[in-house]
Design a protein around this ligand. Structure first.
Ligand SMILES: [Ca+2]
Ligand SMILES: [Ca+2]
Ligand SMILES: [Ca+2]
Ligand SMILES: [Ca+2]
Length: 376
């Protein structure tokens, strides 16, 4: 049509009226023959985000929804969040443009296994997916247009993901970096201990997390780094700033390993859940060397340690040495199996020091895991 229009213009000369008629014809032609085509609109602020690999972060219970649109044919908008077992999430698409029939797709942490989809309504209507999370981990949400040809004008929408029935009116934000390289750490998991909220760091290491007013712990973990905890005061009307410099786990830390319910880093459980703490050693070049073994925890009710020396093979109050003796390959061994733990943050450590004397004074090889226990 563009070529036809130019030809017509040329034959018609510069007559204002003929140009105007041509313009009207062109406009009518566009409307009559391509009713689905819209004027182009600018991509939303989160593009490019067309695959799970480019999924953007979203603040759970954020102060304002994210504003998206379908700017091009087949546009898909992906976001990711970190889900906690037993927490109900609501993924809500609202203020939907009259030409957008939105579909919500929820995917597993692999970004490809579809968990469920929601598309109850036609174009111009909201969609809402309510989903109690069955397992802690990363999840991906894809918002798309039911008809990939519907894009452009009037395809805008608002997106929010909320933890149902909880009040999150205060915000903390900050940056997570590597303590050695000073580079941003992407995809670090951010948690608060109070309302089991979570966040994920973006490409620049930035995060935003919400909770209610009060002093809560912020827990930051990422594979390959030591988990970091900071106490932060959340205040109404003020954004709390909390920066984290994560210490990389050294190769030496692989001598010891400690897991909570099979997980590294940090896990959330409720008082009803069973917690199993498992330790393992890989003696490697230290095999046979006389060392101090330290298995201990900081808990809401003080320090406790696992006591082997007195023959107790159980936990005791204090921070004494667990065992003095040669290092060997210890296959996974459960040092704790318990339920009904009081609410709070627990950090379990497994350290070795290579000077056997019952004092923590040699070269230290350490691993730790954080357990956040909430009511329910
Ligand atoms: Ca988009
Ligand atoms: Ca997109
Ligand atoms: Ca729909
Ligand atoms: Ca020692």
């Amino acid at each position: 049509m563009g070529i036809g229009f130019i030809c017509y213009q040329k034959k018609a000369g510069n007559s204002f009226w003929r140009v105007l008629i041509a313009f009207i014809v062109l406009t009518l032609w566009s409307i009559l023959y391509y009713p689905g085509t819209a004027l182009s609109i600018a991509p939303d602020a989160y593009e490019p985000d067309d695959t799970y690999l480019t999924a953007k972060t979203i603040t759970l219970n954020g102060a304002a929804p994210q504003l998206h649109n379908f700017h091009q044919k087949g546009d898909e908008d992906w976001v990711k969040f970190y889900g906690i077992k037993g927490v109900p999430y609501t993924i809500k698409v609202s203020n939907v443009g009259k030409r957008a029939d939105v579909v919500i797709d929820l995917f597993e942490s692999d970004g490809t296994t579809l968990i469920t989809s929601k598309d109850d309504y036609l174009a111009g209507h909201d969609e809402k997916l309510y989903w109690p999370c069955p397992k802690e981990g990363f999840y991906y949400v894809r918002i798309r247009s039911y008809d990939p040809n519907q894009y452009g004008d009037d395809t805008g929408y608002s997106l929010e993901i909320d933890i149902t029935a909880a009040s999150f009116d205060c915000t903390a934000q900050g940056i997570v970096t590597d303590s050695i390289t000073k580079l941003p750490v992407k995809d670090a998991v951010i948690k608060t201990d109070h309302l089991s909220n979570t966040g994920i760091t973006d490409e620049l290491g930035g995060y935003v997390i919400t909770d209610s007013e009060g002093t809560h712990n912020i827990i930051v973990s990422h594979p390959g780094y030591e988990t970091s905890i900071q106490s932060a005061t959340f205040q109404l009307g003020t954004t709390t700033i909390a920066y984290f410099a994560l210490k990389p786990q050294s190769a030496a830390s692989s001598y010891t390993n400690i897991k909570a319910n099979g997980n590294e880093g940090s896990i959330n459980i409720t008082s009803n859940d069973t917690l199993t703490i498992t330790v393992r050693t890989t003696a490697g070049s230290l095999a046979g060397k006389s060392v101090d073994w330290w298995i201990y925890a900081s808990t809401p009710f003080g320090s406790v340690y696992f006591d082997v020396m007195s023959g107790l093979m159980s936990w005791a109050v204090g921070a004494k040495v667990t065992y003095e003796g040669a290092l060997f390959d210890l296959s996974p061994y459960d040092v704790l199996n318990i339920s009904g733990l009081p609410e709070g943050v627990y950090t379990f450590y497994f350290d070795l020091d290579d000077k056997m004397d019952g004092i923590k004074d040699g070269n230290i090889y350490s691993d730790s895991v954080v357990v956040i226990v909430s009511k329910q």
